[in-house]
Design a protein around this ligand. Structure first.
Ligand SMILES: *Cc1c(COP(=O)(O)O)cnc(C)c1O
Length: 478
């Protein structure tokens, strides 16, 4: 005989009572407060063999542990080692944010656990998602015909877009793909997953500002046409990961329109700068893309796990991804727009839209616009300050908020010097910059994208760079 009472009693820890919840809330509150209050001084990077503390992570206890002990484990063994992406001095790769409002949104979303994939199951959650996606589409300059969906990030968004581009314009395969060497590697992955890994590729030359050369693109397209090949897909960047360069989107869109080529714009890093006037000016033409990727977990400062794909003719997105099954609820007539599950590969999914909607509601859009204007101005300031310093090659002026620069030592191997400079900065850990290679030369990259990064951090970075160069040169002379 099953002893239901006994099973219920033993399963009870899954539903903490009010007092236990209050205790957990209080522990979490002080955990979060200590983390945030520590950020101004915490290292942006903590590396080395000693920093990964192991305690009891592999041991899943039969009886639950004390909450204070478990949260202390998270603090010491998870939060501390590696990159602190939430730091104002984290400027590596493309920084992510971590808006506090979004953390609250995640708590609310996880507690109610609405089934946001599907309108009949969660009309309010689906409505919020559709509202957020329309807002993103409006910010991108897209017309009302556009549709889109939130997904885990830029890579999944790119895959979704490539599948739509394939279904719409390359059903039988064989179409040619045009990109540059600065195109993000997720495009390659997406082509592979979408069954177009063998599609002919053209690496289009870039100019001195590392933007796609429209003339080279035009020639490549004409060459392919002359040889009887069919140009299928142009992937342009609204902000490359390496240097933040924005391809000449308007001119590229003209070429694509003339030849019936699908234009995909990768705006994972840069696209959302269109929210501020300075960004809007440089991103002209982005709104002409057939498909567009945006990463709110980069340029709207959300926690990781929030990307977006938009398709100009929304019917095509629906055509590629809508599906139904006998066991699903029938759609009601509620006027909230499509079910997200009909617009992308995911069915059951996190209710991501709330982490975007809540900060927009609570902080207001103007705060985002101001932060984005500030990031662009900070990058220009960093570039200007490096230009004034002896020995630094600041690279071309930044299109957006990435400054790729290097030091030119008066003697010795420049790449070696910059490797050592980067390693020294990373060892110090106060700032975190990453590097990239362009034409064999190592460049340091300062990607300024955290809402927490302000002018004092950029000025401190310049001082830190000068000191690090001096220290390196002193060891070389010694
Ligand atoms: C980050 C990035 C991606 C990939 O996005 P994920 O969110 O990391 O999957 C694609 N393109 C560009 C330009 C990026 O900066």
């Amino acid at each position: 005989m099953t002893d239901f009472e006994d099973l219920t009693r033993r399963a009870a820890p899954l539903e903490p009572d009010a007092a236990a919840r209050d205790r957990l809330f209080e522990l979490a509150r002080s955990h979060v407060a200590a983390f945030l209050e520590g950020l101004p001084d915490a290292p942006a990077f903590l590396a080395g063999p000693q920093v990964l503390v192991r305690r009891h992570e592999a041991d899943m206890p039969e009886a639950g542990r004390d909450a204070a002990e478990v949260l202390a484990y998270v603090r010491d063994c998870v939060d501390a080692p590696g990159l602190t992406a939430a730091s104002p001095r984290f400027m590596g790769y493309i920084p992510g944010g971590g808006l506090f409002h979004s953390a609250i949104a995640d708590l609310l979303a996880a507690t109610a656990n609405k089934y946001s994939a599907y309108v009949p199951a969660a009309p309010g959650a689906a409505l919020i998602e559709n509202v957020v996606v329309s807002w993103l589409a409006g910010a991108a300059g897209y017309p009302d015909t556009a549709a889109g969906v939130l997904c885990s990030g830029g890579s999944l968004a790119t895959l979704t877009a490539v599948v739509v581009a394939r279904d719409a314009r390359d059903k039988a395969g064989g179409g040619v793909v045009y990109a540059t060497r600065f195109t993000h590697h997720c495009v390659e992955k997406a082509l592979h997953i979408a069954g177009r890994g063998a599609a002919p590729r053209r690496m289009i030359e870039t100019d001195a500002r590392r933007r796609m050369s429209v003339e080279a693109l035009r020639q490549a397209i004409e060459r392919d046409l002359a040889e009887g090949l069919r140009p299928w897909l142009v992937v342009a960047s609204a902000g490359t990961t390496d240097t933040g360069s924005v391809d000449p989107l308007d001119a590229i869109a003209d070429l694509c329109a003339r030849h019936g080529i699908w234009l995909h714009v990768d705006g994972a890093y840069g696209g959302l700068f269109r929210l501020c006037p300075e960004g809007q000016a440089i991103l002209t033409g982005m709104e002409r893309a057939d498909s567009l990727v945006l990463d709110p977990h980069k340029t709207l400062f959300l926690p990781y796990g929030t990307g977006a794909v938009l398709v100009r003719d929304g019917r095509l997105l629906h055509a590629s991804f809508s599906a139904s099954a006998a066991y699903m609820m029938q759609s009601s007539e509620a006027d909230v727009g499509p079910s997200p599950s009909d617009l992308g590969p995911e069915l059951t999914r996190h209710f991501r839209a709330l982490r975007l909607w809540l900060p927009l509601q609570l902080a207001g859009v103007a705060a985002f616009r101001a932060a984005l204007t500030e990031k662009l101005a900070l990058a220009r300031r960093l570039h200007a300050r490096l230009s004034e310093l002896d020995g630094f090659d600041p690279g071309p002026p930044p299109d957006l908020s990435v400054v790729a620069f290097r030091y030119r030592p008066s003697s010795g191997d420049a790449n070696r010097f910059n490797e050592e400079l980067l390693a020294k900065l990373q060892d110090d850990g106060r700032f975190f910059l990453s590097g990239t290679r362009i034409d064999g030369d190592l460049y340091l990259r300062a990607a300024i994208l955290s809402f927490r990064t302000h002018v004092q951090h950029v000025d401190e970075l310049v001082d830190g760079l000068v000191q690090s160069v001096d220290a390196l040169q002193a060891t070389k002379r010694a």
